[in-house]
Ligand binder design. Structure first.
Ligand SMILES: C[S@@+](CC[C@H](N)C(=O)[O-])C[C@H]1O[C@@H](n2cnc3c(N)ncnc32)[C@H](O)[C@@H]1O
Length: 311
């Protein structure tokens, strides 16, 4: 769909075959975005099937509601962070769902929308908040964090090798001038790393800031743990991650919930038999085919993991 909210959903067939276990179920799309996956899910369900769509970004909810209009009351929209998913479902008297989908990160629309300040390819005010009602933005982090904090941030969430050099360049610039835009930040990264690895460094620094602004990794842990609680027996949780930090959290959360023994060496009661909550379905994460990555570059880094709720 090429419209005001263009975003091509990834791994759609894989999502449908892993997520949908009953065609009349209520499914939770925790990251509604432009509604691409939700549309595919609704088309696959019987007329009594329903989708509850979450997104922190009000523009995403607005665009998805337009796209999903033909499905009428079969969709419920919730503008909220998925870290609140369990309480939001209880409030709406649907405490259990047949499956939960997370398609993490930002949409192509958010990346390219100048006012959101996510991209180093355009020159816009540094912002990067998915939820505009939330306090701290990228401008504040870049202009207020100390040199050490910035270096740690670029290393921890971006694995950027020149993290210290970039942090030093930022703090030096701040001595006489605020860093206002994505272009200002990009030129400081360029000065620090040179041309050869520039695009990779830019991607890593901007990713690190985005993760920090939106507290993405903590929210992912909270959202996943709540998803395990809200899924019916036999229902599935499907997660698509786009970088290794996210994918590691998904892998470890699933592994912990699927464990049948406490690891030996555990301080309290080693080798205790546990009642696992999940069965892991994808031993290795699924990746997009060559055909899909050629037509949708976002799919290149996608890793899909799925697990099933046990009795
Ligand atoms: C990759 S896009 C989803 C695209 C969607 N699957 C589609 O087919 O159009 C990710 C979406 O998740 C939202 N998002 C990311 N983290 C979130 C969170 N913690 N809570 C709620 N929404 C979140 C973003 O605002 C964005 O719209």
């Amino acid at each position: 769909m090429q419209d005001a909210f263009y975003h091509t959903p990834v791994l759609v067939d894989e999502v449908l075959s892993l997520l949908i276990t009953r065609r009349d179920g209520v499914y939770l799309d925790a990251t509604l975005g432009g509604g691409g996956h939700a549309e595919a899910i609704l088309s696959h369900l019987s007329p009594s099937g329903h989708v509850i769509g979450f997104d922190a970004d009000e523009d995403a909810i607005r665009f998805a509601a337009q796209r999903l209009q033909p499905f009428g009351e079969r969709v419920t929209y919730i503008r909220s962070n998925f870290r609140n998913l369990q309480s939001a479902l209880v409030e709406r008297r649907t405490p259990r769902v047949a499956g939960v989908l997370f398609d993490l990160g930002v949409s192509s629309f958010q990346l390219d929308e100048p006012s959101k300040g996510f991209s180093f390819r355009t020159d816009d005010r540094l912002d990067m908040r998915m939820d505009r009602s939330q306090g701290i933005d990228a401008h504040e982090i870049v202009n207020r964090y100390g040199e050490r904090e910035l270096a740690e941030l670029f290393w921890k969430y971006g694995e950027e090798r020149a993290s210290r050099r970039i942090a030093r360049a930022i703090v030096r610039r701040r001595d006489h001038q605020q860093i206002e835009t994505t272009g200002d930040l990009a030129s400081l990264v360029q000065e620090s790393v040179g041309e050869r690895f520039l695009n990779k460094s830019l991607a890593r620094v901007f990713q690190a800031l985005r993760i920090e602004v939106n507290n993405e990794l903590d929210h992912l842990r909270q959202g996943l743990n709540q998803a395990i609680e809200v899924v019916h027996q036999g229902g599935r949780i499907v997660v698509i991650a786009y970088h290794s930090l996210e994918d590691r959290i998904v892998k470890e959360t699933f592994k912990r919930a699927a464990a049948t023994f406490l690891p030996s060496g555990h301080k309290l009661v080693p080798d205790t038999v546990l009642q696992p909550a999940l069965k892991i379905i994808t031993k290795k994460p699924l990746e997009a085919s060559g055909k899909e990555t050629r037509s949708n570059p976002r799919a290149r880094s996608a890793k899909l993991r799925a697990a099933e709720k046990l009795p």
